[in-house]
Design a protein around this ligand. Structure first.
Ligand SMILES: *[C@@H]1O[C@H](CO)[C@@H](O)[C@H](O)[C@H]1NC(C)=O
Ligand SMILES: *[C@@H]1O[C@H](CO)[C@@H](O)[C@H](O)[C@H]1NC(C)=O
Ligand SMILES: [Zn+2]
Length: 478
């Protein structure tokens, strides 16, 4: 136990002084320049500035994260895996997932949070504030892991949030708005093909509420049976009780590894997310005549495979035509039937992912892809048997005041930061539908994610936890 517990921290004064941090970058700058050991001079500056005598609020700026505990918890959680270390495989509602949930609930209780779970297994841990009727400030992330992935994706935002709460308790902070940690069910689409299942439901997706009743996994186990197996969804009708009213939270902040190389390459400690790009996914099927690869001459072919190939190139072309570096498109699945070297493909199946931070621009790309699919099918005499937009989520912008709070927190902690876009998407994308939202990124090794080599240093994680803790303080007191 290496942290220093301050002797006293007068809460009412804190409530006067901390909001001032929000108001004055100048004030913050002068404060961070003071060494933590020289409380006297810091007081003087603060008193001059605020006109109030103050206690020890800058103790928070020298806050120390329990890195040994956090490191141990990350490793322990990673052990709840269906594949051997260093890989992690933790799929929703499996035995390992249930055990991991128990582990996290115990940590939440250990942090003095009151824990509740909803009908699909979103888990909430609340620290009740001095004004419990005000909308709470929430933070959190997911902990499910796709097969053979790593131990930091999502987990940093769950265990890191619990540690942020522990830090604030150790420093004697008393929240005004309640602080709540949310562990989201199934951010990854591994089992049921639905990404951000928990947060999508919290945000009230009617479509998902309807489709869940008939959703099955690859083994034909229904979503509801799987949820029941894990101890949730005891009553089929109570899934809609998961939905949160808009305004339940005053703000939502997610701490997450970047899953990209930018912060590490630039040596920047903190990424402050201004927008989350939103994906749309499309399934396309072409059907042609097929036939013998030797016997059917070229002019007589209706090759579904070539239609798919041409469409894949059209996707690239339409994305590039947008003229923005933020528009991306990928054909990640391309299946040919019957898939024999001497048979002309009679069927081709493509799945296309396209993303942008500008919804209109992305939808324009989708429109062009659709037109190209028609044109290609026509020209090649194949049938466009399916063109299905599987999902078309709007992008989300971070809330200005949360961005500001995260920026000031970084400045006060003397951490370098940059504003950036999240090109991967997160539960925050859906939380943004019901709450002002913000995200904190930390560097990760070479941008690796979704593989065992995924890694963030303890120093970077601790920085993220500090920025999160200080941001929660600001948001709780406003
Ligand atoms: C602030 O960060 C810079 C660069 O990382 C470092 O050189 C400096 O010593 C830090 N100052 C304080 C007061 O921590
Ligand atoms: C899946 O399960 C349902 C209900 O138990 C059954 O009616 C259906 O035939 C099954 N489908 C497959 C492909 O096994
Ligand atoms: Zn994640």
């Amino acid at each position: 136990m290496s942290w220093v517990k301050p002797s006293c921290w007068n809460t009412s004064l804190l409530m006067v002084v901390l909001p001032l941090f929000l108001l004055s970058p100048l004030f913050s700058f002068r404060l961070v320049r003071c060494d933590a050991d020289h409380f006297g001079s810091a007081f003087k500056i603060m008193e001059e500035f605020s006109g109030y005598p103050v206690g020890e609020p800058d103790a928070l700026l020298s806050l120390s994260v329990g890195t040994d505990d956090l490191l141990k918890q990350i490793d322990e959680l990673a052990a709840f895996s269906d594949t051997p270390a260093p890989s992690v495989t933790r799929v929703i509602y499996t035995d390992k997932d249930v055990a991991a949930r128990r582990y996290v609930k115990n940590l939440m209780k250990g942090a003095g949070l009151s824990v509740r779970e909803d009908a699909v297994g979103n888990i909430f841990g609340r620290w009740v504030g001095s004004e419990p009727d005000l909308p709470a400030v929430a933070t959190g992330s997911h902990m499910d892991a796709i097969p053979y992935s790593g131990k930091y994706d999502g987990v940093v935002g769950v265990l890191g949030a619990i540690e942020a709460i522990n830090v604030l308790r150790r420093y004697g902070f008393k929240p005004k708005r309640s602080l709540e940690i949310v562990l989201f069910t199934s951010e990854e689409p591994t089992r049921f093909g639905i990404s951000c299942l928990g947060s999508r439901l919290l945000a009230g997706s009617e479509e998902l509420l309807k489709s869940l009743k008939s959703t099955v996994d690859a083994q034909n186990i229904s979503f509801l049976d799987a949820a029941r197996y894990a101890g949730y969804a005891q009553d089929q009708d109570d899934i809609s009780s998961v939905v949160l009213k808009k305004g339940t939270y005053a703000s939502f902040v997610e701490l997450h590894i970047e899953q990209g190389p930018i912060l590490e390459e630039e040596g920047t400690s903190i990424g402050i997310v201004t927008a989350i790009a939103a994906p749309a996914s499309i399934k396309v099927d072409f059907e042609g005549g097929g036939g013998h690869a030797g016997a059917v001459l070229m002019p007589n072919r209706n090759d579904a495979g070539l239609a798919a190939a041409e469409l894949a190139l059209a996707v690239e072309k339409h994305v590039l035509e947008s003229g923005s570096i933020d528009t991306v498109g990928t054909v990640g699945i391309l299946d040919l039937h019957p898939g024999a070297i001497n048979s002309i493909p009679s069927k081709a199946h493509l799945e296309i992912d396209t993303r942008d931070i500008d919804e209109g621009r992305r939808n324009e790309v989708i429109k062009k892809i659709h037109q190209s699919a028609f044109r290609i099918a026509n020209n090649r005499g194949v049938k466009l048997s399916e063109f299905k937009i599987v999902n078309q989520d709007p992008p989300a912008l971070s809330d200005e005041s949360i961005i500001r709070a995260m920026e000031i927190a970084s400045t006060e902690l003397n951490l370098s930061r940059k504003l950036m876009i999240s090109r991967a998407y997160h539960d925050s994308l859906f939380m943004a539908r019901i709450s002002p939202m913000g995200m904190i990124f930390i560097p990760c090794y070479k941008g690796y994610s979704h593989k065992p080599e995924e890694y963030s240093s303890m120093e970077d994680i601790a920085n993220g936890v500090k920025v999160l803790a200080l941001t929660l303080v600001k948001l709780s007191l406003t």
